[in-house]
Ligand binder design. Structure first.
Ligand code: NDP
Length: 387
């Protein structure tokens, strides 16, 4: 039986992971399930999957979780240190699906403790790509991409010589506002931004899709994960979201990964890697789909894409600065303190003010340094919003 843990089990990716695991209960022993506010879902899944331990990130919810799991022998715990402790429990495969920079440390600890890490938490690579890769290599563990675009690139590179890759094209749906007149964006509400045309995802990533901050994070993740130079990484708007990414080779071939908008494909690929196993996802009918369309990814509409390019060029700890500033700006938009276009303005100001963070040698970056850069950027972004 394979031991598995799921960090961020109550979220969109976590629930899709549980769906796959629950279909083959004899194959998996669930070690840790973690959540945040959704105690009812966490307790229900912990019971159903007979998890060893259930953890909420919110210490104030420990009593609720304890009550919900009363009468079982499932351990309960709460808070950041409990999350990190759970990541050190022996597991063969761990899903990293906490949202935001909060997912970084548990993922690192899981790798160090001997788990292969399925990485949905793109922020880990954006904030600390070299540290993640170094940690996986030192521990002899696999780091498996779960973002659909990166899973697509990963699959497109199997058996290929990396030096033959000319470019990688990451597709973008364009999010909720892809067809809105630019002038209307100032009036966009969080509810409108959180309605994705193609995917059913968590609130934060859906709003990040509308602003293309999600794509910006993915471009940086592509650089960090695969080691491509920024000039090799392109993005194009593909409203149907059926092609997740394309890899272009030096003979002109362009290999596209086509698949349904269902994260269980990428999660299942990471779960069964290096094998392929049957997955409960839709089989595409190309005739019914009819056509795939593409549009340029306009940096005026989506300034986050330009900022991503600048962050990739700058290197050092600028990814951590970018992500933290984005998280604070996103909170402020959700709380209606700022309007939709202002998010990019705030992130740009923080990047300018903290440009000295680019000077760090990537090979010397530690978790403490990442947390420090993250802290500085959050403080700075909050000060800009408050001013
Ligand atoms: P959700 O918001 O749906 O879920 C996030 C999970 O993290 C929940 O379990 C939540 O708990 C928990 N959580 C929230 N805040 C904290 C915290 N501070 N500390 C610990 N746990 C916390 O997110 P998604 O599933 O959509 O996304 C998860 C990650 O995967 C993100 O990094 C996202 O970018 C990435 N991703 C998501 C995709 C998708 O299709 N959804 C596609 C590709 C990547 P609770 O809900 O109980 O409060």
């Amino acid at each position: 039986m394979r031991k598995v843990s799921i960090f961020g089990a109550t979220g969109s990716i976590g629930q899709s992971t549980i769906d796959l695991i629950a279909r083959a209960p004899d194959n998996y022993q669930v070690v840790a399930l973690t959540g945040g506010q959704n105690i009812a879902q966490l307790a229900q899944d912990a019971r159903r999957l007979q998890a060893q331990v259930a953890i909420t990130a919110d210490e104030t919810r420990l009593g609720d979780l304890r009550e919900a799991l009363a009468g079982t022998n499932i351990e309960v715990a709460a808070g950041r240190s409990a999350l990190v402790e759970a990541a050190t429990r022996p597991s063969d495969w761990t899903m990293s699906a906490i949202v935001g920079a909060a997912g970084l440390e548990p993922g690192l600890r899981a790798l160090q403790s001997g788990a292969d890490l399925a990485l949905a938490n793109k922020e880990s690579m954006v904030c600390a790509g070299p540290l993640m890769l170094r940690t996986a290599t030192a521990a002899g563990q696999q780091l498996l991409p779960v973002d659909s675009e990166h899973s697509a690139v990963f699959q497109g590179l199997i058996g290929e010589d990396l030096s033959a890759v000319e470019r990688v094209i990451i597709t973008a749906s364009g999010g909720a506002f892809r067809d809105w007149p630019l002038d209307d964006l100032e009036k966009a509400t969080p509810e409108q931004a959180a309605t994705h045309p193609n995917w059913d995802m968590g609130q934060r990533i859906t709003i990040d899709s509308a602003s293309m901050f999600n794509k910006a994070l993915e471009l940086i993740e592509t650089k960090e994960f695969f080691g491509f130079s920024p000039s090799q990484i392109e993005t194009v708007v593909h409203p149907e979201s059926m092609i997740h990414a394309l890899v272009g080779f030096n003979d002109g071939a362009l290999m596209a990964h086509v698949g349904p908008a269902d994260m269980r494909h990428a999660i299942g690929f990471a779960l069964h890697y290096p094998e392929r196993q049957t997955l409960p996802v839709e089989r595409l009918d190309l005739v019914k789909l009819g056509q795939f369309t593409f549009r340029p990814a306009c940096e005026t509409r989506w300034p986050a894409l330009r900022l991503a390019r600048e962050v990739m060029e700058a290197g050092g700890l600028m990814g951590a600065v970018f992500n933290a500033a984005k998280e604070v700006a996103l909170d402020a938009f959700i709380d209606r303190q700022i309007n939709f276009p202002r998010m990019a303005g705030i992130v740009e100001e923080v990047l300018t003010r903290l440009s000295s963070q680019a000077s760090h040698n990537p090979d010397a970056i530690t978790l403490d340094m990442v947390m420090q850069a993250d802290h500085l950027a959050r403080e700075d972004a909050r000060a800009i919003i408050a001013a």
